[in-house]
Design a protein around this ligand. Structure first.
Ligand code: MLT
Ligand code: ZN
Length: 491
Protein backbone atom coordinates (compact mmCIF):
# COMPACT_ATOMS: atom_id res chain seq x y z
CA UNK A 1 0.00 0.00 0.00
CA UNK A 2 1.36 3.38 -0.97
CA UNK A 3 0.67 6.41 1.16
CA UNK A 4 -0.51 9.42 -0.78
CA UNK A 5 1.24 11.96 1.42
CA UNK A 6 3.70 14.32 -0.16
CA UNK A 7 5.48 15.29 3.03
CA UNK A 8 5.83 13.99 6.55
CA UNK A 9 4.63 17.34 7.90
CA UNK A 10 1.37 17.36 5.91
CA UNK A 11 -1.15 19.29 7.96
CA UNK A 12 -4.80 18.54 8.44
CA UNK A 13 -7.64 20.88 7.57
CA UNK A 14 -7.89 23.58 10.26
CA UNK A 15 -10.88 23.95 12.57
CA UNK A 16 -11.47 27.38 11.08
CA UNK A 17 -11.75 26.00 7.53
CA UNK A 18 -14.01 23.19 8.77
CA UNK A 19 -16.30 25.76 10.37
CA UNK A 20 -16.49 27.78 7.18
CA UNK A 21 -17.23 24.69 5.07
CA UNK A 22 -19.90 23.53 7.54
CA UNK A 23 -21.57 26.92 7.28
CA UNK A 24 -21.80 26.46 3.49
CA UNK A 25 -23.01 22.85 3.26
CA UNK A 26 -24.55 22.46 6.73
CA UNK A 27 -23.02 20.63 9.71
CA UNK A 28 -24.61 17.34 8.70
CA UNK A 29 -22.98 17.46 5.29
CA UNK A 30 -19.41 18.02 6.36
CA UNK A 31 -17.94 14.68 7.38
CA UNK A 32 -14.81 14.89 9.52
CA UNK A 33 -14.69 11.43 11.09
CA UNK A 34 -16.60 8.29 12.03
CA UNK A 35 -18.06 5.54 9.88
CA UNK A 36 -19.42 7.96 7.28
CA UNK A 37 -15.88 8.99 6.42
CA UNK A 38 -14.58 5.55 5.54
CA UNK A 39 -16.32 4.97 2.15
CA UNK A 40 -14.77 8.22 0.94
CA UNK A 41 -11.26 7.11 1.86
CA UNK A 42 -11.27 3.50 0.70
CA UNK A 43 -10.16 2.97 -2.83
CA UNK A 44 -11.20 0.15 -5.14
CA UNK A 45 -7.91 -1.69 -5.38
CA UNK A 46 -6.54 -0.97 -1.92
CA UNK A 47 -3.34 0.47 -3.37
CA UNK A 48 -3.44 3.87 -1.63
CA UNK A 49 -4.48 5.15 1.75
CA UNK A 50 -6.51 8.32 1.72
CA UNK A 51 -5.67 10.41 4.78
CA UNK A 52 -8.31 13.09 4.20
CA UNK A 53 -10.42 14.17 7.20
CA UNK A 54 -12.85 16.59 5.57
CA UNK A 55 -15.52 15.54 3.08
CA UNK A 56 -17.97 18.26 2.03
CA UNK A 57 -21.26 17.27 0.41
CA UNK A 58 -22.72 20.35 -1.28
CA UNK A 59 -26.37 20.53 -2.33
CA UNK A 60 -25.93 22.45 -5.59
CA UNK A 61 -23.44 24.14 -7.89
CA UNK A 62 -23.63 27.33 -5.84
CA UNK A 63 -22.46 25.46 -2.75
CA UNK A 64 -19.70 23.74 -4.75
CA UNK A 65 -18.56 27.17 -5.90
CA UNK A 66 -18.61 28.52 -2.33
CA UNK A 67 -16.62 25.52 -1.09
CA UNK A 68 -14.04 26.02 -3.85
CA UNK A 69 -13.75 29.75 -3.11
CA UNK A 70 -13.35 29.09 0.60
CA UNK A 71 -10.71 26.42 0.08
CA UNK A 72 -8.92 28.59 -2.47
CA UNK A 73 -8.81 31.50 -0.03
CA UNK A 74 -7.24 29.17 2.54
CA UNK A 75 -4.81 27.74 -0.05
CA UNK A 76 -6.28 24.27 0.45
CA UNK A 77 -6.64 21.94 -2.50
CA UNK A 78 -9.72 19.93 -3.43
CA UNK A 79 -10.35 16.42 -4.66
CA UNK A 80 -13.70 16.02 -6.43
CA UNK A 81 -15.25 12.63 -5.82
CA UNK A 82 -18.25 10.80 -7.25
CA UNK A 83 -19.10 7.20 -6.36
CA UNK A 84 -15.43 6.55 -5.55
CA UNK A 85 -15.33 3.52 -7.86
CA UNK A 86 -12.37 4.66 -9.97
CA UNK A 87 -9.54 2.19 -10.44
CA UNK A 88 -6.57 4.59 -10.71
CA UNK A 89 -6.60 6.40 -7.35
CA UNK A 90 -7.92 9.61 -8.91
CA UNK A 91 -10.23 10.32 -5.94
CA UNK A 92 -7.67 9.65 -3.21
CA UNK A 93 -6.98 12.68 -0.99
CA UNK A 94 -4.22 13.69 1.38
CA UNK A 95 -4.67 14.78 5.00
CA UNK A 96 -4.51 18.47 4.19
CA UNK A 97 -7.00 18.27 1.31
CA UNK A 98 -10.78 18.55 1.17
CA UNK A 99 -12.90 16.03 -0.72
CA UNK A 100 -15.95 17.48 -2.45
CA UNK A 101 -18.38 14.66 -2.97
CA UNK A 102 -21.32 15.25 -5.33
CA UNK A 103 -23.65 12.54 -3.94
CA UNK A 104 -26.36 14.95 -2.81
CA UNK A 105 -26.60 16.51 -6.26
CA UNK A 106 -28.54 13.58 -7.62
CA UNK A 107 -31.51 15.05 -9.47
CA UNK A 108 -32.49 14.17 -13.00
CA UNK A 109 -33.36 17.68 -14.12
CA UNK A 110 -35.10 16.86 -17.39
CA UNK A 111 -35.61 14.08 -19.90
CA UNK A 112 -36.52 15.37 -23.35
CA UNK A 113 -37.50 12.41 -25.54
CA UNK A 114 -38.13 14.62 -28.58
CA UNK A 115 -34.68 16.22 -28.45
CA UNK A 116 -33.16 12.86 -27.37
CA UNK A 117 -31.39 14.50 -24.43
CA UNK A 118 -31.46 14.56 -20.67
CA UNK A 119 -30.04 16.95 -18.12
CA UNK A 120 -28.69 15.52 -14.89
CA UNK A 121 -26.82 16.65 -11.84
CA UNK A 122 -23.34 15.20 -11.44
CA UNK A 123 -24.15 13.05 -8.42
CA UNK A 124 -26.79 10.91 -10.18
CA UNK A 125 -25.97 7.21 -9.96
CA UNK A 126 -25.41 5.88 -13.49
CA UNK A 127 -28.09 3.17 -13.11
CA UNK A 128 -30.62 5.87 -12.20
CA UNK A 129 -29.68 7.86 -15.29
CA UNK A 130 -30.22 4.75 -17.41
CA UNK A 131 -33.57 4.09 -15.71
CA UNK A 132 -34.82 7.66 -16.18
CA UNK A 133 -34.00 7.45 -19.88
CA UNK A 134 -35.71 4.05 -20.17
CA UNK A 135 -38.85 5.42 -18.46
CA UNK A 136 -39.09 7.91 -21.32
CA UNK A 137 -38.58 5.20 -23.95
CA UNK A 138 -35.00 6.23 -24.56
CA UNK A 139 -31.57 4.68 -24.05
CA UNK A 140 -28.59 6.16 -22.23
CA UNK A 141 -26.05 3.58 -23.39
CA UNK A 142 -23.13 3.97 -20.98
CA UNK A 143 -22.93 0.61 -19.20
CA UNK A 144 -20.23 -0.68 -16.86
CA UNK A 145 -19.77 -2.95 -13.86
CA UNK A 146 -19.94 -0.15 -11.26
CA UNK A 147 -23.16 1.36 -12.65
CA UNK A 148 -25.08 0.71 -9.43
CA UNK A 149 -22.78 3.01 -7.46
CA UNK A 150 -20.71 5.18 -9.81
CA UNK A 151 -21.92 8.72 -10.43
CA UNK A 152 -22.40 10.31 -13.82
CA UNK A 153 -20.12 13.21 -12.87
CA UNK A 154 -17.32 10.72 -12.17
CA UNK A 155 -18.08 8.99 -15.46
CA UNK A 156 -17.58 12.31 -17.25
CA UNK A 157 -14.51 13.26 -15.21
CA UNK A 158 -12.85 9.96 -16.15
CA UNK A 159 -14.39 9.58 -19.63
CA UNK A 160 -15.54 6.08 -18.66
CA UNK A 161 -15.83 3.32 -21.28
CA UNK A 162 -17.64 0.06 -20.53
CA UNK A 163 -19.25 -2.58 -22.69
CA UNK A 164 -21.19 -0.49 -25.23
CA UNK A 165 -18.37 1.60 -26.65
CA UNK A 166 -18.34 -0.44 -29.88
CA UNK A 167 -21.72 1.02 -30.86
CA UNK A 168 -22.17 4.22 -28.83
CA UNK A 169 -18.68 5.46 -28.00
CA UNK A 170 -17.07 6.51 -24.72
CA UNK A 171 -18.68 8.90 -22.22
CA UNK A 172 -17.17 11.78 -24.16
CA UNK A 173 -19.31 10.83 -27.17
CA UNK A 174 -22.47 10.88 -25.07
CA UNK A 175 -22.25 14.43 -23.74
CA UNK A 176 -23.63 17.62 -25.30
CA UNK A 177 -23.02 20.07 -22.51
CA UNK A 178 -21.64 20.48 -19.01
CA UNK A 179 -21.84 22.85 -16.08
CA UNK A 180 -18.65 23.11 -14.02
CA UNK A 181 -17.16 24.99 -11.12
CA UNK A 182 -13.75 26.41 -12.00
CA UNK A 183 -10.69 26.69 -9.78
CA UNK A 184 -11.49 30.29 -8.88
CA UNK A 185 -15.03 29.37 -7.84
CA UNK A 186 -16.81 30.72 -10.90
CA UNK A 187 -19.54 28.58 -12.45
CA UNK A 188 -19.30 27.93 -16.19
CA UNK A 189 -22.71 27.09 -17.60
CA UNK A 190 -22.19 25.10 -20.78
CA UNK A 191 -25.38 23.05 -20.48
CA UNK A 192 -26.46 23.32 -24.10
CA UNK A 193 -28.56 20.62 -25.74
CA UNK A 194 -27.31 21.23 -29.25
CA UNK A 195 -25.99 18.63 -31.63
CA UNK A 196 -24.37 21.36 -33.67
CA UNK A 197 -22.60 24.21 -31.94
CA UNK A 198 -19.46 25.20 -33.77
CA UNK A 199 -18.49 28.19 -31.69
CA UNK A 200 -14.97 28.29 -30.39
CA UNK A 201 -12.82 26.01 -28.30
CA UNK A 202 -14.40 22.83 -26.96
CA UNK A 203 -14.19 23.52 -23.22
CA UNK A 204 -16.59 20.70 -22.42
CA UNK A 205 -14.18 18.16 -23.85
CA UNK A 206 -11.29 19.65 -21.89
CA UNK A 207 -13.18 18.99 -18.67
CA UNK A 208 -14.34 15.50 -19.68
CA UNK A 209 -11.55 13.08 -18.84
CA UNK A 210 -9.59 15.66 -16.83
CA UNK A 211 -10.26 13.78 -13.56
CA UNK A 212 -11.18 16.87 -11.62
CA UNK A 213 -7.90 18.64 -12.36
CA UNK A 214 -9.37 21.45 -14.49
CA UNK A 215 -12.80 21.97 -12.95
CA UNK A 216 -15.52 20.17 -11.01
CA UNK A 217 -18.35 19.02 -13.27
CA UNK A 218 -21.65 19.72 -11.52
CA UNK A 219 -24.21 18.85 -14.22
CA UNK A 220 -24.36 17.55 -17.77
CA UNK A 221 -26.61 17.35 -20.81
CA UNK A 222 -26.48 13.80 -22.14
CA UNK A 223 -27.33 12.31 -25.51
CA UNK A 224 -30.08 9.73 -25.68
CA UNK A 225 -30.88 7.09 -28.27
CA UNK A 226 -34.00 5.13 -29.19
CA UNK A 227 -34.68 2.38 -26.65
CA UNK A 228 -33.88 -0.96 -28.29
CA UNK A 229 -37.02 -2.94 -29.06
CA UNK A 230 -35.19 -6.20 -28.99
CA UNK A 231 -31.81 -7.38 -27.89
CA UNK A 232 -30.12 -10.59 -28.90
CA UNK A 233 -27.53 -11.82 -26.41
CA UNK A 234 -25.21 -14.71 -27.21
CA UNK A 235 -22.11 -16.43 -25.91
CA UNK A 236 -19.81 -18.18 -28.38
CA UNK A 237 -16.87 -20.50 -27.76
CA UNK A 238 -13.92 -19.91 -30.09
CA UNK A 239 -10.46 -21.39 -30.42
CA UNK A 240 -8.42 -18.21 -30.52
CA UNK A 241 -8.52 -14.39 -30.50
CA UNK A 242 -8.04 -14.59 -34.30
CA UNK A 243 -11.27 -16.56 -34.56
CA UNK A 244 -12.95 -14.02 -32.27
CA UNK A 245 -11.80 -11.19 -34.54
CA UNK A 246 -13.19 -13.05 -37.55
CA UNK A 247 -16.48 -13.60 -35.69
CA UNK A 248 -16.69 -9.92 -34.74
CA UNK A 249 -16.43 -8.86 -38.39
CA UNK A 250 -18.94 -11.46 -39.55
CA UNK A 251 -21.51 -10.50 -36.91
CA UNK A 252 -21.14 -6.78 -37.57
CA UNK A 253 -22.02 -7.60 -41.17
CA UNK A 254 -24.75 -10.13 -40.39
CA UNK A 255 -26.49 -7.78 -37.95
CA UNK A 256 -26.21 -4.74 -40.25
CA UNK A 257 -23.85 -3.29 -37.64
CA UNK A 258 -26.25 -3.54 -34.75
CA UNK A 259 -23.70 -5.02 -32.31
CA UNK A 260 -23.43 -2.97 -29.14
CA UNK A 261 -21.15 -5.35 -27.24
CA UNK A 262 -18.43 -7.81 -28.21
CA UNK A 263 -16.45 -8.96 -25.18
CA UNK A 264 -13.64 -11.49 -25.18
CA UNK A 265 -12.98 -13.77 -22.19
CA UNK A 266 -10.21 -16.32 -21.71
CA UNK A 267 -11.30 -19.74 -20.48
CA UNK A 268 -9.52 -19.25 -17.13
CA UNK A 269 -11.72 -16.20 -16.48
CA UNK A 270 -14.96 -17.97 -17.38
CA UNK A 271 -14.11 -21.05 -15.32
CA UNK A 272 -13.07 -18.87 -12.41
CA UNK A 273 -16.50 -17.17 -12.44
CA UNK A 274 -18.25 -20.53 -12.73
CA UNK A 275 -16.26 -21.87 -9.76
CA UNK A 276 -16.41 -18.90 -7.44
CA UNK A 277 -19.54 -16.86 -8.15
CA UNK A 278 -22.80 -18.20 -6.78
CA UNK A 279 -25.35 -19.07 -9.45
CA UNK A 280 -22.91 -18.67 -12.32
CA UNK A 281 -22.88 -21.57 -14.77
CA UNK A 282 -20.94 -22.25 -17.94
CA UNK A 283 -23.38 -21.40 -20.75
CA UNK A 284 -21.82 -23.90 -23.17
CA UNK A 285 -21.64 -27.68 -22.94
CA UNK A 286 -17.85 -28.02 -23.09
CA UNK A 287 -14.94 -25.75 -22.22
CA UNK A 288 -13.40 -23.50 -24.87
CA UNK A 289 -10.09 -21.66 -24.91
CA UNK A 290 -11.89 -18.37 -25.51
CA UNK A 291 -15.42 -17.06 -25.19
CA UNK A 292 -17.17 -14.06 -26.71
CA UNK A 293 -20.17 -12.29 -25.20
CA UNK A 294 -22.13 -10.68 -27.99
CA UNK A 295 -25.07 -8.28 -27.74
CA UNK A 296 -26.98 -6.92 -30.71
CA UNK A 297 -29.82 -4.50 -30.24
CA UNK A 298 -32.29 -3.23 -32.72
CA UNK A 299 -34.62 -0.31 -32.83
CA UNK A 300 -35.80 -0.55 -36.39
CA UNK A 301 -36.59 -3.94 -37.67
CA UNK A 302 -36.03 -4.98 -41.24
CA UNK A 303 -39.42 -6.64 -41.53
CA UNK A 304 -41.31 -4.74 -38.82
CA UNK A 305 -41.52 -7.97 -36.88
CA UNK A 306 -40.86 -6.88 -33.26
CA UNK A 307 -37.19 -7.75 -33.46
CA UNK A 308 -37.52 -11.20 -35.00
CA UNK A 309 -35.48 -10.01 -37.98
CA UNK A 310 -32.48 -9.16 -35.81
CA UNK A 311 -32.62 -12.52 -34.10
CA UNK A 312 -32.84 -14.25 -37.49
CA UNK A 313 -29.85 -12.26 -38.77
CA UNK A 314 -27.79 -13.13 -35.70
CA UNK A 315 -28.73 -16.81 -35.84
CA UNK A 316 -27.78 -16.93 -39.52
CA UNK A 317 -24.44 -15.19 -38.83
CA UNK A 318 -23.61 -17.56 -35.99
CA UNK A 319 -24.68 -20.61 -38.03
CA UNK A 320 -22.44 -19.59 -40.94
CA UNK A 321 -19.53 -19.03 -38.55
CA UNK A 322 -20.11 -22.50 -37.10
CA UNK A 323 -20.21 -24.06 -40.59
CA UNK A 324 -17.00 -22.26 -41.56
CA UNK A 325 -15.22 -23.46 -38.41
CA UNK A 326 -14.89 -19.92 -36.97
CA UNK A 327 -16.76 -20.80 -33.80
CA UNK A 328 -17.05 -24.07 -31.92
CA UNK A 329 -20.36 -23.61 -30.12
CA UNK A 330 -22.79 -20.83 -29.28
CA UNK A 331 -25.92 -20.14 -27.29
CA UNK A 332 -28.48 -17.37 -27.78
CA UNK A 333 -30.51 -16.28 -24.75
CA UNK A 334 -34.15 -17.31 -24.98
CA UNK A 335 -35.40 -14.84 -22.39
CA UNK A 336 -34.42 -11.53 -20.85
CA UNK A 337 -33.42 -13.28 -17.61
CA UNK A 338 -31.16 -15.65 -19.54
CA UNK A 339 -29.72 -12.65 -21.38
CA UNK A 340 -28.94 -10.95 -18.07
CA UNK A 341 -27.23 -14.11 -16.84
CA UNK A 342 -24.97 -14.25 -19.90
CA UNK A 343 -24.00 -10.61 -19.41
CA UNK A 344 -23.40 -11.29 -15.70
CA UNK A 345 -20.90 -13.98 -16.66
CA UNK A 346 -18.74 -11.25 -18.18
CA UNK A 347 -19.28 -8.85 -15.28
CA UNK A 348 -18.51 -11.55 -12.70
CA UNK A 349 -15.10 -12.42 -14.06
CA UNK A 350 -13.71 -9.22 -12.51
CA UNK A 351 -14.73 -10.28 -8.99
CA UNK A 352 -13.88 -13.93 -9.71
CA UNK A 353 -10.26 -12.99 -10.30
CA UNK A 354 -9.97 -11.96 -6.64
CA UNK A 355 -10.39 -15.63 -5.74
CA UNK A 356 -7.28 -16.46 -7.76
CA UNK A 357 -4.99 -14.50 -5.41
CA UNK A 358 -2.94 -11.47 -6.39
CA UNK A 359 -3.71 -9.79 -9.68
CA UNK A 360 -1.61 -7.41 -11.74
CA UNK A 361 -4.03 -5.39 -13.84
CA UNK A 362 -3.95 -3.75 -17.22
CA UNK A 363 -6.28 -1.59 -19.24
CA UNK A 364 -4.73 -1.46 -22.66
CA UNK A 365 -6.09 -0.70 -26.11
CA UNK A 366 -4.72 -1.46 -29.55
CA UNK A 367 -6.33 -1.15 -32.98
CA UNK A 368 -9.04 -3.82 -33.05
CA UNK A 369 -7.29 -5.73 -35.83
CA UNK A 370 -4.17 -5.99 -33.63
CA UNK A 371 -5.88 -7.57 -30.64
CA UNK A 372 -4.86 -11.17 -31.49
CA UNK A 373 -1.24 -10.15 -32.09
CA UNK A 374 -1.23 -8.15 -28.84
CA UNK A 375 -2.57 -11.11 -26.86
CA UNK A 376 -0.07 -13.52 -28.44
CA UNK A 377 2.91 -11.30 -27.74
CA UNK A 378 1.91 -10.39 -24.20
CA UNK A 379 1.18 -13.99 -23.34
CA UNK A 380 4.63 -15.12 -24.50
CA UNK A 381 6.43 -12.21 -22.82
CA UNK A 382 4.71 -12.75 -19.49
CA UNK A 383 5.47 -16.44 -19.40
CA UNK A 384 9.03 -15.61 -20.30
CA UNK A 385 9.27 -13.28 -17.31
CA UNK A 386 7.39 -15.54 -14.88
CA UNK A 387 6.75 -19.04 -16.23
CA UNK A 388 4.14 -19.95 -13.60
CA UNK A 389 2.14 -16.72 -13.94
CA UNK A 390 -1.45 -17.18 -15.10
CA UNK A 391 -2.64 -14.92 -17.89
CA UNK A 392 -6.21 -13.75 -17.19
CA UNK A 393 -7.10 -11.68 -20.26
CA UNK A 394 -10.56 -10.38 -21.01
CA UNK A 395 -12.10 -7.21 -22.24
CA UNK A 396 -13.88 -5.07 -24.72
CA UNK A 397 -12.58 -6.62 -27.93
CA UNK A 398 -15.13 -4.78 -30.03
CA UNK A 399 -13.30 -1.52 -29.34
CA UNK A 400 -9.77 -2.95 -28.94
CA UNK A 401 -9.61 -2.55 -25.12
CA UNK A 402 -8.19 -5.62 -23.41
CA UNK A 403 -7.69 -6.04 -19.66
CA UNK A 404 -4.71 -8.35 -19.91
CA UNK A 405 -4.60 -9.14 -16.19
CA UNK A 406 -2.17 -11.57 -14.64
CA UNK A 407 -3.03 -13.84 -11.72
CA UNK A 408 -0.33 -15.04 -9.38
CA UNK A 409 1.11 -18.53 -9.62
CA UNK A 410 -0.78 -20.79 -7.18
CA UNK A 411 1.13 -21.03 -3.92
CA UNK A 412 3.27 -17.97 -4.51
CA UNK A 413 3.36 -15.30 -1.82
CA UNK A 414 0.87 -12.63 -2.86
CA UNK A 415 3.01 -9.65 -1.89
CA UNK A 416 6.02 -11.12 -3.69
CA UNK A 417 3.91 -11.45 -6.79
CA UNK A 418 2.47 -7.94 -6.52
CA UNK A 419 6.00 -6.59 -6.21
CA UNK A 420 6.28 -7.47 -9.90
CA UNK A 421 3.50 -4.97 -10.77
CA UNK A 422 5.82 -2.40 -12.38
CA UNK A 423 7.95 -4.75 -14.49
CA UNK A 424 4.84 -6.61 -15.66
CA UNK A 425 3.15 -3.32 -16.51
CA UNK A 426 6.21 -2.34 -18.47
CA UNK A 427 6.11 -5.55 -20.53
CA UNK A 428 2.43 -5.11 -21.38
CA UNK A 429 2.57 -1.37 -22.02
CA UNK A 430 5.63 -1.66 -24.25
CA UNK A 431 3.91 -4.22 -26.47
CA UNK A 432 0.76 -2.09 -26.65
CA UNK A 433 2.91 0.92 -27.53
CA UNK A 434 4.71 -0.97 -30.28
CA UNK A 435 1.33 -1.90 -31.76
CA UNK A 436 0.12 1.71 -31.77
CA UNK A 437 -1.89 1.25 -28.58
CA UNK A 438 -2.58 3.03 -25.29
CA UNK A 439 -1.51 2.22 -21.72
CA UNK A 440 -4.86 3.39 -20.38
CA UNK A 441 -7.87 2.70 -22.55
CA UNK A 442 -10.73 3.55 -20.20
CA UNK A 443 -9.63 3.82 -16.55
CA UNK A 444 -7.73 7.10 -16.87
CA UNK A 445 -4.50 8.13 -15.13
CA UNK A 446 -5.15 9.13 -11.49
CA UNK A 447 -2.06 8.31 -9.45
CA UNK A 448 -1.46 4.87 -10.92
CA UNK A 449 -0.41 5.76 -14.46
CA UNK A 450 1.72 8.87 -13.85
CA UNK A 451 4.91 7.02 -14.72
CA UNK A 452 3.41 5.89 -18.03
CA UNK A 453 2.28 9.44 -18.81
CA UNK A 454 5.88 10.59 -18.39
CA UNK A 455 7.15 7.69 -20.48
CA UNK A 456 4.76 7.56 -23.40
CA UNK A 457 3.46 11.11 -23.87
CA UNK A 458 5.62 13.38 -25.97
CA UNK A 459 7.30 16.44 -24.48
CA UNK A 460 5.08 18.60 -26.68
CA UNK A 461 1.90 16.98 -25.42
CA UNK A 462 2.94 17.18 -21.76
CA UNK A 463 3.93 20.81 -22.22
CA UNK A 464 0.48 21.61 -23.66
CA UNK A 465 -1.20 19.78 -20.79
CA UNK A 466 0.78 21.79 -18.26
CA UNK A 467 -0.03 25.06 -19.97
CA UNK A 468 -3.72 24.18 -19.95
CA UNK A 469 -3.53 23.23 -16.28
CA UNK A 470 -1.81 26.52 -15.44
CA UNK A 471 -4.39 28.50 -17.39
CA UNK A 472 -7.39 26.88 -15.72
CA UNK A 473 -5.94 26.20 -12.28
CA UNK A 474 -3.00 28.57 -11.75
CA UNK A 475 -2.68 27.80 -8.03
CA UNK A 476 -2.86 24.02 -8.50
CA UNK A 477 -5.90 23.66 -6.25
CA UNK A 478 -7.90 21.04 -8.19
CA UNK A 479 -6.81 17.44 -7.62
CA UNK A 480 -3.09 18.30 -7.67
CA UNK A 481 -0.70 15.45 -8.33
CA UNK A 482 -3.14 13.50 -10.51
CA UNK A 483 -3.00 13.02 -14.29
CA UNK A 484 0.10 15.20 -14.85
CA UNK A 485 3.47 13.71 -13.89
CA UNK A 486 5.91 15.99 -12.12
CA UNK A 487 8.00 17.88 -14.67
CA UNK A 488 11.15 16.17 -13.38
CA UNK A 489 9.63 12.75 -14.15
CA UNK A 490 9.27 13.43 -17.89
CA UNK A 491 11.70 12.11 -20.45
C1 MLT B 1 -14.14 -4.28 -16.76
O1 MLT B 1 -14.10 -4.14 -17.98
O2 MLT B 1 -14.80 -5.17 -16.22
C2 MLT B 1 -13.38 -3.33 -15.88
O3 MLT B 1 -12.94 -2.23 -16.61
C3 MLT B 1 -12.22 -4.07 -15.26
C4 MLT B 1 -11.65 -3.44 -14.03
O4 MLT B 1 -12.35 -2.73 -13.31
O5 MLT B 1 -10.47 -3.69 -13.74
ZN1 ZN C 1 -13.21 -2.54 -18.78
Amino acid sequence: VQSNSTSATADTVTADLSDRLARIVGDKHLITGGVRLRPHLEELRGRYTSACRAVALPADAGEVAAVVQTCAAAGVSIVAQGGNTGAMGGAVARAEQVIVNLARMNRVLEVDPVNYTMRVEAGCILANVQAAAADAGRLFPLSLGAQGSCQIGGNLATNAGGINVLRYGNTRDLVLGVQAVLADGRIWDGMNSLRKNNTGYDLKNLLIGSEGTLGIITAATLKLFPAPKRRVVAVAGVASPDAALDLLGRLRDASSDRLSTFELMANIAVQSAVRHIAGQTDPLAGEHDWYALIVADGTVDGDGDAGAGLRRDMEAGLARALDDGVLRDAVIAESESQARKLILLRENIVEAQNFEGGSIKHDVSVPVAQVPEFIRRVHAAILDAMPAARAYPYGHMGDGNIHFNISQPPGMDKEKFLAQWRPMNRIVHEIAHQLGGSFSAEHGIGLTKLEEMARYKSAVELDLYRQIKRALDPHNLLNPGKVLPAASASR
